[in-house]
Design a protein around this ligand. Structure first.
Ligand code: MD6
Ligand code: FE
Length: 218
């Protein structure tokens, strides 16, 4: 009987690109080599701009905890969704974009066919078991020609990926630690969300999934 090393170590697949739909690509494992630097930078951002549960314009408390870094941060409250240059908690500018975020986002975008990506905002999302993100479009950015780069760290999640109408059917795509999704072009306004996070214990993040979404807001 032979022992297949790759059956026992599926997480060590070499990084590779997986087309999702035209305009959207999953770069499997693309961030894995930078996991320590990325997670250290997440902790530094959260030390200055703490995780918080935003309230939707409709009055619901979001189950995902969020914070931001970069020149602009995405916020939601009773008056709507928008990008703000300062953290409403305390009024200071958002923490600067860590160099590790910027370098990874630029490299991932170029790999997926969007050379020259220059994000000015990064929304950080933190999920605990049971947390979900309902179907939405990302359309608060002024320049919809730029893609969004999304980095998954920690516990895996099921990404729901629909079409341009809310009622369109959704694909379910598993996103694991180190996977990076780049989407733009014809997929830029696709509806998407995250199914309720399954419980688990990740060696680097414990019972959490962290997602970084890098955007060019203007
Ligand atoms: C998440 N991501 O993965 C949520 N939006 O936790 C998003 O909402 C998202 O992954 C725009 C582009 C890529 C994304
Ligand atoms: Fe989104």
């Amino acid at each position: 009987m032979t022992f297949d090393l790759f059956d026992s170590l599926p997480q060590l697949d070499p990084p590779h690109a997986e087309p999702l739909v035209p305009g959207a690509t999953v770069l499997r494992g693309f961030a894995r080599a930078h996991e320590q630097a990325l997670l250290a930078a997440v902790r530094e951002v959260a030390a200055r701009a703490p995780w918080r549960h935003l309230i939707t314009p409709g009055g619901q408390r979001m189950s995902v905890a969020m914070t931001n870094c970069g020149r602009f941060g995405w916020v939601s409250d009773a008056s709507g969704y928008r990008y703000e240059p300062a953290d409403p908690l305390g009024g200071a500018p958002w923490p600067p974009m860590p160099a590790s975020f910027l370098a990874l986002a630029r490299a991932a975008a170029a790999e997926a066919g969007f050379a020259g990506f220059s994000p000015d905002a990064c929304l950080l999302n933190r999920y605990l078991p049971g947390t979900r993100l309902s179907l939405h479009q990302d359309r608060d950015e002024l320049d919809l020609r730029a893609p969004i780069v999304s980095v998954s760290l920690g516990l895996p999640a099921v990404f729901l990926f629909g079409g341009l109408r809310r009622a369109d059917p959704c694909q379910r795509v598993r996103l694991a630690h180190g996977d990076v999704v780049v989407w733009g072009g014809p997929a830029r306004l696709a509806f998407h969300g995250i199914a309720p996070l399954a419980d688990g214990d990740h060696p680097l993040t414990g019972r959490e999934r962290i997602n970084l979404t890098l955007r060019k807001t203007r």
